[in-house]
Design a protein around this ligand. Sequence first.
Ligand SMILES: Cc1cc2nc3c(=O)[nH]c(=O)nc-3n(C[C@H](O)[C@H](O)[C@H](O)COP(=O)(O)OP(=O)(O)OC[C@H]3O[C@@H](n4cnc5c(N)ncnc54)[C@H](O)[C@@H]3O)c2cc1C
Length: 256
Amino acid sequence: MSTMNAAAPPPTPEMRRPPARLWSLEVVAAQDLNPRMRRITLTGSDLGELTYKPGQDLVLQMPLGDGTYGRRHYTIRGLDTAAKRLDIDFVLHGDSPSGNWARNVQAGMRIDANGPRGRTVFNPRADWHLFTGDETCIPGILGILETLPSHAHVWALIEIADGADRQSVSCKARLDFEWLERHGPGGPSEFMLERVKAFKLPPGQGHAYIIGETSNVRAQRHDLLARGLAKDQISAEGYWRPGRIGGHDHIEERPH
Ligand SMILES: Cc1cc2nc3c(=O)[nH]c(=O)nc-3n(C[C@H](O)[C@H](O)[C@H](O)COP(=O)(O)OP(=O)(O)OC[C@H]3O[C@@H](n4cnc5c(N)ncnc54)[C@H](O)[C@@H]3O)c2cc1C
C-alpha cells in the first residue's frame, strides 16, 4: 500500500467506518455485465453480520498464481445479508491476477477478504455532491447513488472506454449523470480534468468524491481546491495507477 499523506480530515460520525474483520468467502456465481466488467457473487457463513457503507471495499487475498497471495481492494457492489451473499464487480483490464481470477473463477472456489474499509462514503451533511471516477469506480459510485435520499442534489461523472461499459443507473436523488466516453484506454490523462474544470460549483457547502487513476484524481482535487473547496470537502483516493501492484493511494495536494 502506498500512503502519500498523513492527515485526512476527521470523518463525520456518518462517514466513520465499521470495524474490519476477516471474511472467508466462497464463489457462488459469475456473470459478465459487459465485455469489460464481470460480477462475482460470493457467500460466507457469517456474511449476515457484515455491515458496510456503500462505496466501501474489501481487501481480497488474491492468488497470484505462484502459490502466494496479494492484497487487492474491491468495492462491495451489493450485499444481501439474509441470503449471505455479496457481489463484487471486476474490471477486466488486462492480464493481471484479479482479472484472471475473475475470468476463470469456478463456483466453490474460496477467497479470504478483510474489511470493510474506505472513507469514500456519502457525506449527508453536504448541500450538493460531485462524484467522478473511471471504470473501477462504477461499483462504488452506482452503489452509493442507489442509496441516496431523494432530497440530495448530485452530479456524477464516470469515464468509460465506450458505450459498452454503460450500466443502468438507479437513484432517487436529484441526479445529473454523465457517462464520458474516452474512445481509448484508461490511464493518466486530462480527460476527466477538463470536464471537472467545466463543472460550475453549485452554491452551498458541497462534497466531492474523486476516485480513479491516481494522477487523474490528484489533478482534479487540485483544481477543486484552487476553486475554493476546502480539503475536508473532498474525499480523494487513487484506485490504481500504471505500474502499481494492488494497494491504494491517499491523495494530498502536493503534486509529485
Ligand atoms: C478502495 C478501492 C476500491 C476498488 N474497487 C474496485 C472495484 O470494485 N472493481 C475494480 O475492478 N477495481 C477496483 N479497484 C481497483 C483495483 O483494486 C486495482 O485495479 C487493482 O490493481 C487490480 O488488481 P489486479 O490484480 O487486476 O492488477 P495488479 O496486479 O494490481 O496490477 C497489474 C498491472 O495492471 C495495472 N492496472 C491495475 N488496475 C488497472 C486498471 N483498472 N486499468 C488498467 N491497468 C490497471 C497496474 O498498474 C499494474 O501495472 C479498487 C481500488 C480501491 C483502492
